[in-house]
Design a protein around this ligand. Sequence first.
Ligand SMILES: C[S@@+](CC[C@H](N)C(=O)[O-])C[C@H]1O[C@@H](n2cnc3c(N)ncnc32)[C@H](O)[C@@H]1O
Length: 213
Amino acid sequence: MSQLKPDVLAAYEAAKGFMPLDEGLALYDAAVGAGRLGLPLLEVGSYCGRSTLLVAAAARESQVIAVTVDHHRGSEEQQPGWEYHDATLVDPELGLMDTLPTFRRTLHRAGLEDHVLALVGRSPQAAAHWGSRLGLVFIDGGHTDEHATADYEGWVPHLAEGGTLVIHDVFPDPADGGQAPYRIYRRALDSGAFTEISATRSLRVLKRTAQGV
Ligand SMILES: C[S@@+](CC[C@H](N)C(=O)[O-])C[C@H]1O[C@@H](n2cnc3c(N)ncnc32)[C@H](O)[C@@H]1O
């Protein structure tokens, strides 16, 4: 396991977000390994920057860039009236979720701003305009089938051979959570192009061993 620096660990624990520490450490470890390819490390779904910190810290170690994509308007379950809504993240003028200011504060406080290229917009549009290979694709954006499938089909073709695919919120048992991330995880394995490296709670780490989606 790669050792997370104490200041990054403290920033992670202080940041708003949903990822428990053991999953975060597994993500960091995967991102450090992926960084050795010398290619950008991509995250879909940055929210307030909690997981972004880890990808950015790994990018800093490998002297590559972390790229993160989010429209910052929140997923379905983060909207008013839903389980994961946080009223402090609503823009008072527009009455819409806006996680971008908190995301920026999180990265600034951790001293990691210079290691992140933040794309603000819809993931499929960003993927359609993306032109280079990636060492890591970490999918933690919208959790509907429409969004998870679009993230998979948009970004996985850019993942280099030997690169790492990480998927969050993979629940084989429907009683534990939504099935869309599980379905893209299964799709990756069933394609024959990926081998599973680790499973930490709902975080799955796969390595690309062949071309294909
Ligand atoms: C579960 S949160 C990400 C949490 C973050 N990875 C963490 O662990 O701290 C999902 C994020 O995906 C974003 N999102 C959902 N659908 C999206 C889409 N189609 N394009 C861009 N961002 C999207 C939401 O705005 C939200 O911030």
